[in-house]
Ligand binder design. Sequence first.
Ligand code: TYD
Length: 139
Amino acid sequence: MQYLDLDKIALKEIPKISDPDGRGNLSVVEKDYLPFVIKRVYYLYDVPSSSTRGGHAHKQLQQFLIALSGSFDVVLDNGKKRRTITLNRPDRGLLIPSGVWRELENFSSGAVCLSLVSEEYSEEDYIREYSEFKLFKSA
Ligand code: TYD
């Protein structure tokens, strides 16, 4: 099993079109921007600051997270190490490959987490027990 190199994780810049007349910004994710075909889009919102989302890994699914509004922290765990990355800009996103444990926490008031994902929803693809994740990574 491969371990994601957490030191190589960088937020990916999303193309931004700033309006020349000061009417604000527009960011766009086009077909070839991500290393997967988007099969599903969902978003988290109204998350209390004391709550944690995620707490699982995926066997196949890859996803791209964007803080459309506000901020939150993503804790990534590759099975050996953990790294926390703050998402707080709508023109930067975090690509999470398959086989990575993630926890989302410290949601600011009004935070919205957009998730672009490579698979349709399937509970079979989730690893929801950390002990099972460790076994999965050491297999
Ligand atoms: P889950 O993926 O555990 O949320 P998070 O990682 O943000 O904490 O999903 C929460 C619940 O919503 C769970 O019962 C599964 C359901 N769900 C769907 O039915 N469809 C979906 O596309 C997603 C993402 C979740």
